[in-house]
Design a protein around this ligand. Structure first.
Ligand code: ADP
Ligand code: ZN
Ligand code: ZN
Length: 756
């Protein structure tokens, strides 16, 4: 029977290899425009996704080149009229081929159509005039610049001061940085250029001079720890070993300097590098560190770029004009054909997971792409994701650690945890504990800066007790219940629900409430309590205009305010040497969100926030206010003890079979018709239950999504857990088949997949 099944498989193989779907113009606006061609027997073994082929096209059958993006057993087109592939283009594999193969992998791995996957990896061409790369060059001597800066300061021309200060550090500033990260408008730049202080030059002029001034910004001397990491990496690299490395380095340990040394090593061999940095941390300061070191061999993309601008940047990469691409998640698909290294800074950041289909994680795609192109991957974080750290412990990634702060005299801040229940007992009903109030007063007096932080990320309407600190949780799932408008508490994982109680179920106190404090309210209360302080607020409201983010951070860095209040946005990317106090107002806010990652996020946010204080020689203090001073994520963050946190959190994940112990496969179903949704969800669940049982897959649901109805669309979720990713992929394929077979059930129902 084995022989029989082998024969059958060959038969299927032969059948499924009959037609190739081909894209003729890869940079066309529509990648879904594919053409079917017959695969002649002599090419059968060599045709696969990503291969560049020659095909007869159009009436004259002139030969064109096209990429194979799919292979099927049936053609949509009349089989008799289908033309044959004429040949295979020999030679090196292009970046496009690699990216198309990567798209195929994305589709298989995460579940999407090939079209969705191609749109993810290939930039869309749009008819825009290719922009020249422009650069601002300082033309005047330093004394004059200083005089002009003082004058601009007197007149409070803030944007102009920002420009002058930046020019003092870097006499060459790429225009894209000036208008992007620095948020300088044409109205600011024009008079400065007209007066002859600064020249706006095209790259052609700029290209030569930069060669000699390339070493203008000298690399720092790495300390022993940093150098050891770089050496180990370089030894591997030179020996032709390509691996994934995890740098676990405390905040301020000098990871960025280590990356730059590695980059410099890799590009010296003619190879190319992609650097992923979360958008929120892609500030002017960060960007200029890379420009200062690598000049115009660097390009930057961010989400504010239009599709056309992004396409231009990718063209420059394809053309070999640059060696280093820096950007958020999507920079991962830069068409470098000589890719040598992919760096992912702040590897734990949630933004690396795509929220649209295919829902890929940049970390895993980076590892895959690197493997396809024989490149290395370097992940860095002060608070590695459980996924990455687990792989590093298992030896799948090679781990490096940086234990000390790189800057001389810079030490980690002292962290104190304040129990808010005690404050309430002592009659203090304000949002500031007595300790924090006293310290704020002290810093205001000393003219040092303060950051006040609420970790609202993943904020949800949970209910907690102000007397004992307990949040009301689901008895089955260990996540907080969410307060719904109908005054019921609902579990978003299993559907369990109870009416909103009027007393705390743990201690009987009547002081239970919906936990929610906004930044605006905090700003008001701060101003009331400290009328002498100058206060800045940073949240979605104040940063929604373009560059608002950078504007506020710069103002604070320049000493325009004493206190900066904000969400997690304020803890990334900027160095504020004058900040000596960081207050976390309610550490619990991120702890009781209906998400199994709540403790991990809390630990990360608190550690990052603590890392903001005491960035220079002055001593820094951090106050963490909480109703749960004994919660392990808070205790370990206060002690900056990643290891202990990791082990406690893993114990919890093991118990609950959550990632990274198991893979969590989420099937999301959505429909305008509630009846259709319920029917489809139930039938689907019933259909896969036998297979799930047999394969030892734990299935939960279908349950209502955390927000059941959005814009009149109802959503349900099915959770499947298994250690083995491949088994879950089998189930997903099974669901795909079921949807095709029973298309009538799924009419008007959208099914999406997510793996984590
Ligand atoms: P991380 O990325 O780990 O937070 P950075 O690379 O941003 O750390 O370094 C933190 C600060 O220390 C920066 O101001 C950086 O210039 C400085 N720094 C890093 N390495 C060194 C070094 N070897 N000597 C002196 N200063 C350093
Ligand atoms: Zn539950
Ligand atoms: Zn209570």
């Amino acid at each position: 029977s084995e022989l029989l099944s082998k024969l059958r498989r060959q038969e299927v193989d032969a059948m499924t290899k009959r037609f190739a779907q081909i894209i003729i113009d890869i940079s066309h606006e529509k990648v879904d425009r594919t053409f079917d061609y017959r695969i002649p027997p002599q090419f059968e073994d060599r045709i696969s996704v990503g291969v560049l082929v020659k095909i007869p096209f159009g009436k004259g059958n002139s030969l064109r080149k096209g990429y194979v993006v799919g292979i099927t057993d049936h053609a949509d087109y009349d089989a008799d009229k289908i033309k044959e592939i004429a040949g295979i283009v020999e030679g090196s594999v292009s970046a496009e081929s690699q990216l198309i193969m990567l798209a195929w992998w994305l589709k298989e791995q995460y579940g999407s159509t090939m079209n969705q996957a191609l749109k993810t990896v290939l930039p869309v061409k749009q008819k825009v005039k290719p922009k020249e790369k422009k650069i601002l060059r300082l033309l005047i001597p330093e004394e004059q610049l200083e005089a002009l800066t003082a004058e601009a300061e007197k007149k409070s021309y803030k944007a102009r001061v920002r420009l002058f200060k930046a020019l003092k550090e870097n006499p060459l500033i790429p225009y894209e940085v000036a208008s992007g990260q620095m948020n300088l408008s044409a109205a600011t730049l024009k008079p400065v250029i007209e007066k002859g202080y600064v020249a706006l030059e095209s790259e052609e002029i700029f290209r030569n001079p930069v060669k000699d001034s390339g070493s203008r910004v000298k690399a720092v001397d790495l300390n022993g720890e940093q150098q050891a990491v770089v050496n180990a990496f370089c030894e591997d690299y030179e020996a032709g070993k390509r691996e994934t490395y995890l740098i676990h380095g405390i905040t301020g340990s000098g990871k960025t300097e280590v990356y730059m040394e590695m980059i410099s090593r890799v590009i010296s061999e003619g190879m190319q590098v992609i650097v992923l940095i979360p958008e929120i941390a892609l500030t002017y300061q960060t960007v200029m560190r890379f420009y200062g070191r690598f000049g115009n061999r660097v390009s930057i993309i961010n989400s504010r770029l239009s599709a056309g601008e992004r396409y231009d940047q990718f063209e420059r990469a394809r053309g070999g004009d640059i060696d280093i691409m820096i950007g958020p998640r999507s920079a991962l698909f830069t068409p470098f054909s000589r890719l040598g290294l992919i760096i992912i800074d702040e590897e734990h950041e949630g933004a690396y997971k795509s929220e649209v289909v295919p829902r890929y994680h940049a970390r895993d795609v980076a590892v895959k792409r690197a493997q396809m192109q024989n490149a290395s991957v370097v992940l860095g974080s002060a608070t590695p994701s459980l996924e990455a750290y687990t792989k590093a412990l298992r030896g799948e990634y090679r781990m490096f650690s940086l234990h000390t702060r790189a800057k001389a005299d810079s030490r980690l801040a002292d962290v104190a945890v304040v129990d808010l229940r005690e404050e309430l007992k002592a009659g203090n009903k304000s949002i500031f504990s007595r300790r924090l109030q006293q310290m704020i007063g002290d810093r205001l007096e000393k003219k040092e800066q303060i950051m006040m932080f609420i970790n609202r990320r993943g904020y949800a309407n949970f209910v907690s007790c102000r007397s004992c600190g307990e949040a009301i949780k689901c008895p089955h799932c260990d996540v907080t219940l969410t307060l719904h408008k109908d005054n019921r508490l609902v579990c978003h994982y299993c559907g369990y629900s109870i009416p909103m109680p009027d007393k705390c179920p743990s201690c009987g106190s009547p002081y239970i409430a919906n936990f929610g404090v906004g930044t605006q309210k905090i700003e008001m209360m701060t101003k009331k309590m400290f009328p002498q302080a100058r206060v800045l607020r940073m949240d979605l409201d104040t940063t929604s205009k373009k560059g608002g983010h950078e504007e506020i951070l710069s103002a604070f860095a320049e000493g325009d305010a004493d206190i900066l209040i904000g969400t997690q946005m304020i803890v990334k990317g900027h160095d504020f040497p004058d900040v000596t106090l960081v207050g976390v107002l309610a550490a619990d806010l991120s702890l009781y969100t209906p998400d199994y990652r709540a403790a991990e996020r809390t630990f990360q946010l608190l550690t990052q926030a603590a890392g903001r204080a005491g960035r220079d020689a002055r001593h820094g203090d951090v106050i963490i206010q909480t109703y749960n001073p004994e919660h392990y994520s808070i205790v370990t963050a206060a002690e900056q003890d990643y290891e202990t946190f990791y082990h406690q959190e893993m114990a919890y994940r093991r118990l609950m079979k959550y990632p990274p112990v198991n893979v969590l496969f989420t099937v999301q179903m959505a429909s305008k018709s509630e009846a259709a949704l319920v029917e489809a969800a139930d039938r689907l669940a019933a259909h896969i239950t036998p297979q799930a049982d047999e394969e030892k897959v734990q299935m939960i649901g279908p349950v209502d999504a955390s927000v059941y109805k959005i814009n009149d669309i109802y959503r349900k979720i099915l959770y499947l857990k298994q250690e083995n990713y491949d088994i879950l992929i089998k189930i997903r394929d099974h669901i795909d088949c079921f949807q095709q077979e029973k298309s009538e059930i799924f009419k008007g129902v959208v099914v999406q997949y997510d793996f984590s």
